[in-house]
Design a protein around this ligand. Structure first.
Ligand code: ZN
Length: 412
């Protein structure tokens, strides 16, 4: 028997199960003129109507007379999602353990690959079906991402935004899969089987060890300094597993603020798949350690960390580091901060680009300016940090001027 997910939030309270970034990004997409104008275009309508038709042409419909156990499972889940109307379920012949949901002319189609039906047990199938119903319940079917992305004239920034939303939408759908199957271990098994194609019943796939693969991926990504993931529509499976694990732990701990904290951690994980340079000044996860240790040194140049500097540092504090304790220790001896800063710089196998170094120095100026002014002590510290990165003092001063100009222009 699998331990049930402790539901601090009732299963039918879909809005609270939803991953907030999914709703936010979807709203942004719907507000974009470039995307809105395409959603009503004849080409989009055609793509929408013909999407999946080829696959469904050879499929069999799931009805109680043909596949009674499956029809019963689908009907049971459908009752949890009263807003999803007229669901027809199909099985198509494929060795890939896939499933998808798509709007049809008369209702909603759920399609399951035969391999999924053959190889997933009842709880695993519930997870997969719950995930697909989640897509429908959260309004994900309102935007046919594939049809939009197929348009070569779509501006790249919009394409990036759509892909970021798709990844966030997967996190929401996974949560509904988890809600429906009620078991984190069944969800882990299903995700593992679908991702790996391994169907043996000997699959153990402990949620914790599966999720731990995410950290190894991160280490690889960071040390290689390489990212080309922003066009990938699905988050890496270990990221999805870790996101489910964090969410179910937060649920078990009573929900509320714990869920907010889990969502924030997941935001950071998904940010790893974003192209460099998006988001706030200090948001780049690949440069986070440089921002943190360098920022702490800049803040301490005047002897103490001001509240606004503190706020900025809190957003880039590496996992396992206690900001208060670290800042207190650094106030008497800052040598360890220098060591960590240098280690973060030298630790990467791939050389930093000029653009990245510029971003680091710009971010450190942002910390120095947090309290409104850059003191002489802070400016001297910025030059020292620049030197450590191989950035000449003139360039450091130039970045300082640029920062001040932009700050005045933005009225910050
Ligand atoms: Zn999905």
């Amino acid at each position: 028997m699998q331990p049930p997910v402790q539901a601090a939030v009732p299963i039918d309270d879909h809005a609270r199960w939803r991953y907030p970034a999914d709703a936010r990004l979807l709203a942004e997409i719907m507000a974009s003129d470039a995307i809105r104008s395409r959603l009503g275009s004849p080409a989009y309508e055609l793509a929408r109507q013909t999407s999946r038709t080829g696959m469904l042409a050879g499929a069999v419909m799931v009805d109680p007379g043909v596949l009674p156990h499956l029809a019963e499972a689908v009907e049971g889940i459908r009752r949890e999602f009263p807003q999803v109307q007229h669901v027809d379920c199909f099985v198509y012949n494929s060795g890939d353990m896939n499933a998808f949901i798509t709007p049809g002319r008369t209702g909603t189609f759920i399609a399951l690959a035969s391999a999924a039906v053959n190889h997933l047990d009842a709880a695993e199938l519930q997870y997969v079906l719950g995930h697909e119903f989640g897509h429908a319940a959260f309004g994900h079917l309102d935007v046919l991402a594939g049809a939009l992305l197929a348009d070569p004239a779509l501006p790249p920034a919009e394409a990036t935004r759509i892909c970021a939303w798709q990844r966030a939408a997967e996190i929401s759908a996974d949560r509904m899969g988890l809600a429906v199957c009620g078991s984190l271990t069944a969800a882990a098994r299903a995700l593992f089987k679908v991702a790996s194609g391994i169907v043996s019943n000997l699959v153990v796939a402990s949620p914790e060890s599966f999720a731990a693969q995410w950290q190894r991926l991160v280490d690889e990504v960071i040390t290689e300094g390489d990212r080309g993931f922003h066009h990938i529509s699905h988050p890496f499976p270990p990221l999805r597993m870790r996101a489910m694990l964090l969410f179910s732990e937060a649920m078990a701990a009573g929900g509320g603020e714990r869920i907010d904290a889990a969502n924030e951690a997941i935001d950071g994980m998904l940010a790893m798949m974003e192209p460099a340079g998006r988001g706030g000044t200090l948001a780049d996860p690949l440069l986070r350690d440089l921002f943190f240790w360098g920022g702490l040194l800049v803040a301490l140049a005047d002897g103490y960390v001001s509240p606004s500097e503190w706020q900025r540092l809190a957003t880039v504090t590496p996992p396992g580091i206690d900001l208060a304790a670290t800042a207190a220790a650094a106030a008497t001896d800052d040598a360890p901060c220098w060591e960590r800063f240098t280690a973060a710089f030298r630790g990467r196998r791939k050389k930093f680009t000029g653009l990245e170094l510029h971003r680091v120095m710009y971010g450190l100026h942002d910390v120095a300016s947090a309290d409104g002014t850059v003191s002489d002590g802070e400016m001297a510290r910025l030059r020292q940090l620049a030197e450590r990165l191989g950035v000449v003092p003139e360039a450091c001063d130039h970045i300082a001027e640029q920062y001040q100009r932009e700050r005045q222009r933005d009225g910050r």
